[in-house]
Design a binder for this molecule. Sequence first.
Ligand code: PLP
Length: 379
Amino acid sequence: MTACRPAVAANEKIPFVDLSPQWRQIAADVMPDLAKLFDASAFTLGPWVERFEKAAADYLEVSHAVGVNSGTSALHLSLIAAGVGQGDAVLVPANTFVATAWAALYVGATPILCDVDGDSWAISVADAQRRLTHAVKAIMPVHLYGQPAAMDEVCSFAARHDLAVIEDAAQAFGARIDGRPVGGRGLCGCFSFYPAKNLGAVGEAGLVVTHDAEIAERVRRLRHHAQIRRYIHQELGFNYRMEGVQALVLLHKLRRLDGWTEERRQIAQRYLSGLAGLPLELPKVVNGDHVWHLFVVHTPERDRLQHHLSQRGIGTGLHYPVPLHRQPCFARFDFDRNSFPIADRNAQQCLSLPLFVGMTSAQIDAVMAAIRDYFGASA
Ligand SMILES: *Cc1c(COP(=O)(O)O)cnc(C)c1O
């Protein structure tokens, strides 16, 4: 079948991401299962959520996994469970999706933004060290774009200063360091199953993983209105429950994830070799096994290159165009906005190329040809 795929037609658009090939692979398995779930009215929490939690804990090599309704909720409950609150501070990379920092704000803590490493684009421990104060209680490394942060360094820094490590693994389900999946090295690991993530639900969902039984129990209670028994609420609780439908779909996707990750790696490999030699900074794999949630290149000509690709019907993304230290929502915090040179460079130069499960060889070639053409290189 693959051999007979037509080349990309001159007017064919290449989206930044297309989730429909994933659905086509699982639809025949999911639909009859969904009928069972509806028959059982297992809409929120329930047997499918428990099955997914078990499967995810096994896959991620952790003792406990607690399903929640988003990655943002996972981060929020993890900080509460870590005992971070009013008057505390949390080290957060400036180059991430804003939700990492929301978690600190939700618990009344101050996010202390840190610059990032120019190879992995994850938090710079050297910069975190410079910004450390006595108020800091936790550090939140983000495994950005699907590449692990330098966790050995993060964990020894955290151990020296008695900080909780809350991993934001929203973009990196299945990424590994020394063969072990990310998420299980700190106190908590947080995952998002937003549909476009490398493991995505058919709506909103998230997960907290931990090796600590008490933390797991607390998160389990907090997501369900902090009930210790029915209608007895121990503390301020939340409705952050995972839906059955999301767990069911995630179970089917998890079985295929290794194959899909391999497919992502092959697409990334094609880009890395096909774009080598152009005046374009390609992603570097410096920490462990990258799962290629995003393929992000850097160039000072980012806006023009993006426009050129868009003219040819090729979708791209920016992750992220405005770093956290320049967001209006952090205006009330007092710190030097000009002390984040690497995060600023990322914001100005980053460009995410199309990379998704089911992307055809012809589509990959068309993206590369359009980029080579922009730089005046022959195809
Ligand atoms: C997607 C994402 C989140 C938030 O996850 P939601 O499920 O959308 O709430 C948090 N952090 C990072 C780094 C993300 O990419």
